[in-house]
Design a protein around this ligand. Structure first.
Ligand SMILES: Cc1cc2nc3c(=O)[nH]c(=O)nc-3n(C[C@H](O)[C@H](O)[C@H](O)COP(=O)(O)OP(=O)(O)OC[C@H]3O[C@@H](n4cnc5c(N)ncnc54)[C@H](O)[C@@H]3O)c2cc1C
Length: 406
């Protein structure tokens, strides 16, 4: 039985914790946030590998993971149909996955989930790792850094790896199903939907609603609207709150300025089809995230491994962040099963997951470039709709027949 410390208690950290505990190890999870985390994030597209991993974490076979949709639909700015595609998928939400994984972790005494514990520094020798957090020092055979895009562990050990802003932001939000007009509900609610204004993209789909309910009438509709914002001027405006404070590392949802929300809603009326305008108008708290790439050339130093967004961040067009974190976690646990809690196990993990992360990031870059090129100077074409529907957030191991895999 090995001692595993995990920095970061979000989805990647909890997946690793559950799998490690089920493999017989003692796990301590150190999560910086003190207090409930369920309100974070929004929609997540599920893939077969994620479902497989969740079952290995202990998810019951009859668990209602999300909302099924039969396929995809794309509109242009005027609300004209640009294309449709059959593609059954199940859409879930960050908070539903987090609650599920935390409940599973709480069912075993092998996992200690400590909140309000920020990892500050790490050191290691041939025998183990010392992890210094706000509340003390933790000894481990292995440290897994699942502490996200601005990972403190990565900053210390791989300071050359930095998030790279890609030139656009995502406005995100949820609208309760019960708030929608019958017309909008009928047009898009049950579908994975796209709207393609030139050089921009809105993606949306139904997810679990308040209380993680997947019951019809109590669900929510999740949207992600990608919009260009130059780094020197527009991004600074977007990340500045009503008190004039600039949140360079990302603006908390509650701090997004009323001015920018009003401007975004105004723009929606100009560039989005009517159903999306209604949804954005009725969304209680739209929030925004600048989109970054994080590229890594190595994932492991000695007894310390990067996992999930700490290792790679691919733009969300591939819809693979959570599934990739699960694949990382499964590969890591398997390597530890084979080689013990040793540097050799981590090297095996890296051989497996480094090429996979690099490939996901390159694919996400291509999709991002295509999105920004769509309709520049001319109207968006049905072939663009077809490409976007066939490539966005698909399961690469079970792609739809139309998918153009490059
Ligand atoms: C707009 C957008 C849409 C997306 N859509 C999808 C989608 O449809 N499908 C999908 O699969 N993925 C999607 N993603 C990506 C997905 O959200 C991430 O890939 C995934 O949540 C990564 O999880 P993680 O646990 O690695 O990192 P995070 O969720 O970032 O968790 C890191 C955790 O570490 C904690 N932490 C940070 N520093 C410290 C420290 N020093 N000490 C202790 N704890 C610390 C943080 O508080 C946090 O809880 C999307 C992302 C964005 C931005």
């Amino acid at each position: 039985m090995a001692r595993i410390v995990i920095a970061g208690g979000s989805l990647g950290g909890l997946m690793t914790a559950n799998l490690m505990a089920r493999a017989g190890h003692d796990v301590v999870v150190l999560e910086r946030v003190d207090g409930p985390m369920q309100g974070r994030g929004a929609g997540i597209v599920t893939h077969a590998v994620l479902v497989d991993g969740l079952r290995r974490c202990g998810m019951p076979a009859d668990f209602a993971l999300g909302v099924p949709v039969p396929g995809r639909i794309t509109f242009d700015v005027d609300g004209n149909l640009l294309g449709e595609m059959a593609l059954p998928q199940v859409l879930t939400s960050w908070s539903l996955l987090y609650s599920l994984l935390l409940d599973l972790a709480r069912q075993t005494s092998a996992i200690r989930y400590l909140q309000g514990e920020a990892v500050q520094s790490v050191s290691q020798d041939a025998g183990g790792v010392l992890v210094t957090g706000t509340g003390g020092v933790f000894e481990a055979d292995l440290l897994v850094a699942a502490d996200g895009i601005r990972s403190a562990v990565r900053q210390q050990l791989w300071p050359q790896v930095q998030p790279e802003y890609v030139g656009y932001v995502a406005w995100r939000g949820l609208c309760d199903e019960s708030a929608l007009s019958a017309r909008t509900h009928e047009a898009i609610f049950e579908k994975f939907s796209f709207c393609l204004p030139p050089g921009e993209q809105l993606v949306g789909y139904p997810v679990a609603g308040p209380g993680d309910s997947t019951m019809p009438g109590r669900r929510a509709w999740n949207f992600v609207w990608y919009r260009p914002a130059d780094a020197t001027h527009r991004l600074v405006e977007l990340l500045t709150d009503d008190d004039g404070v600039h949140h360079a590392q990302g603006i908390p949802p509650a701090k997004v300025s009323r001015r920018e929300v009003a401007r975004m809603r105004e723009d929606a009326r100009r560039v989005l089809a009517a159903p999306f305008v209604e949804i954005i108008g009725k969304c209680g708290q739209p929030f925004l995230q600048p989109i970054f790439d994080v590229w890594s050339d190595s994932l492991v130093q000695g007894r310390i491994a990067l996992l999930g967004d700490a290792a790679f961040v691919a733009r969300p067009h591939v819809g693979m962040g959570v599934a990739k974190a699960m694949q990382d976690a499964m590969a890591l646990v398997e390597a530890v099963e084979r080689h013990g809690a040793t540097p050799e196990a981590l090297r095996a993990y890296e051989r497996d997951r480094l090429p996979a992360g690099q490939a996901a990031l390159q694919r996400a870059r291509r999709l991002g470039t295509y999105m920004r090129a769509c309709g520049q100077g001319v109207s968006v074409l049905p072939k663009d709709a077809r490409y976007v529907m066939a490539e966005t957030a698909i399961d690469l191991e079970h792609p739809p027949p139309e998918a153009i895999i490059d």
